[in-house]
Design a protein around this ligand. Structure first.
Ligand code: NAP
Length: 301
């Protein structure tokens, strides 16, 4: 007889979480969900998921809990509660598995793992890459940290959401890999914006240039998926500017700890800080092109 699927709890049904949780429902997992703003969970509820009134209620009713919230402060609050009261670590059933898929700090992932172990729980940090498109299509890259037994329990769930799933090492290793990913993402965003601004300034059709050079050595996921949105003045998020600013900050702190110089990242950090401070934090990261266009406008006027 086949084992019934475990009940999965899901906290954070935003741009990424809603699609990822949807794949679990489609795969037949009983799903219990909570999100700060309930309306964002409605499509999942319509598909059969069960609403819980808090993250702690999710933990009390699930065998495996997945979180994908926004910032490390949100992760901290969801796992450890407010003023030392509540939180997933305290509320989870004995033997539960806690999986954080937020892009967050490696040291926080290590703290969660330590606290989970002390309560007889298992944990995995498993941030993702592939954007809103990858989440929708179930083709995410998933970077995991945690012990092998915990990873093995998480793997069937990851397989509903991702196409490339790798365990990098102990707790925190998934987050460290994701930070490397974000260094490449941030510097790469500057690269294609600069290339297209350069082409436009030279009198070329930037959309045509984007199509031509995407197929060559300069091509990247971002140039293929995000540059066309920016060129069409579509700045709706995909991936929020304020989340990339968060990731750059975590990556820089980790680099400071290891004494690694990342001059390219510092350029990206300055540009994205400018964009964020200019009121574009809730736009998609492709809004970086605005800065180059604003510079051109300033040069013309
Ligand atoms: P998002 O749309 O802002 O989703 C985050 C969700 O978490 C929101 O719906 C938010 O609630 C909810 N949330 C935050 N704190 C909560 C709490 N304490 N309790 C319950 N729910 C809470 O962001 P996203 O784009 O899905 O990104 C989520 C994470 O994945 C971020 O760490 C991001 O850096 C990372 N990531 C994003 C992408 C991407 O392309 N979007 C790709 C890879 C990784 P509200 O609805 O009330 O705001």
């Amino acid at each position: 007889m086949t084992q019934p699927l475990p009940t999965v709890g899901f906290v954070g049904t935003g741009i990424m979480g809603a699609s990822m949780a949807g794949h679990l429902v489609s795969a037949g997992y009983p799903l219990h969900v909570f999100n700060r703003t309930r309306s964002k969970a409605e499509p999942l509820l319509a598909a059969g998921a069960v609403w819980c009134d808090s993250a702690d209620d999710v933990a009390a009713s699930a065998d495996i809990v997945i979180t994908i919230v926004g910032m490390p402060a949100d992760v901290e609050q969801v796992y450890f509660g407010t003023n030392g009261r509540g939180g997933l670590v305290a509320a989870a059933k004995p033997g539960s598995l806690l999986i954080d898929m937020t892009t967050s700090s490696p040291t926080l992932a290590e703290r969660i793992a330590e606290a989970a172990t002390a309560r007889g729980l298992a944990s995995v940090d498993a941030p993702v890459s592939g954007g809103d498109v990858g989440a929708r299509n179930g083709t995410l890259v998933i970077m995991a940290g945690g012990d092998e037994a915990a990873y093995a329990r998480a793997l069937p769930l990851f397989e509903t959401m991702g196409k490339s799933i790798t365990r990098l090492g102990a707790a925190g290793a998934g987050q460290r890999c994701k930070l490397a990913n974000q260094v490449a993402v941030a510097v790469g965003m500057v690269a294609w914006c600069e290339a297209l601004a350069h082409a436009e300034a030279g009198g070329l059709d930037a959309s045509l240039v984007q199509q031509v050079i995407s197929g060559g050595a300069a091509g990247s996921w971002a140039m293929t998926n995000l540059a066309p949105r920016a060129l069409a003045d579509d700045f709706a998020p995909g991936f929020l500017v304020r989340h990339l600013v968060k990731d750059i900050g975590i990556a820089r702190e980790a680099a400071d700890e290891t004494g690694t110089e990342l001059p390219g990242l510092m350029v990206a950090e300055q540009l994205y800080a400018l964009l964020n401070d200019g009121g574009c934090g809730d736009e998609g990261t492709q809004a970086l092109l605005r800065l180059y266009r604003a510079a051109d406008d300033a040069a013309v006027s």
